[in-house]
Ligand binder design. Sequence first.
Ligand SMILES: O=C[C@H](O)[C@@H](O)CC(=O)C(=O)O
Ligand SMILES: [Zn+2]
Length: 276
Amino acid sequence: MEIRHPIHPRDAAQFSTERMRAEFLVQGLFQPGEVKWVYTHHDRMLIGGVVPVEAPVTVSQVPELHTEYLLERREIGIVNIGGPGTVTVDGEVYGLARRECLYVGLGKRTLSFGSVDRAQPARFYLVSAPAHQAYPTRKTGPQDAEFEQLGSDDQSNRRTLYRFIHANGVQSCQLMLGMTELAPNNLWNTMPAHLHDRRSEVYLYFDLDPAARVFHFFGEPGETRHLVVANEEAVISPSWSIHSGVGTRSYTFIWAMAGENYTFKDMDPVAMDDLR
Ligand SMILES: O=C[C@H](O)[C@@H](O)CC(=O)C(=O)O
Ligand SMILES: [Zn+2]
């Protein structure tokens, strides 16, 4: 497992492109037949990817956590961004179609990930955070989740934001997770930008053409940087950082947050005049 240490914004402002990418960009999460984990000390979020092909991939213990099993002191959100799949939670099977989400709470011992059709394997994106209470395993998806239409064509940021795991949806201890899909020919997300010093956030960009890139904006509002992000790569956004992007082509992304205040709307808008 890769470990990413916490970073102070004054240090980040001095980083080269290479160092920025090493600290905040997550690549190579989706490897056939494997489970990949990246642990960030920003709110102790654990970011993972699983692509089962020939056989189911089972996740029980993650040795670096020094617990008997992954969810002994954690909860997890799972989103399938590939072909149809299944997640088996302590023997109970949940089918997860493309873009569907499953929440699994504290205390479940074994997760097993499978693909329905090996010609189009499932691609499971995982985000886990520490938890102290058990909430029921629940599935949701774009069909039944709360959503909001944001932005406008004249700002090139028209998009649909689906909230999967949150206070009015699938319940959790601290993890909040959802998906934002850009409308055709709209390329900007989360601009105007915002901050929420109470929570860290992780973005996974997907359904992006392999030759296209998202320029993800990052940093304190008065000291921004960018990361050039390819399909199925993630960005760790510390609590002091804006998180916004513009694509050279259209894309969708999964956002996940952990920290304080279990309220999606707990955000501080950043004025355009304050961006540098
Ligand atoms: O704190 C919330 C997160 O940044 C995302 O929900 C923002 C987002 O998906 C969007 O505006 O499109
Ligand atoms: Zn945010």
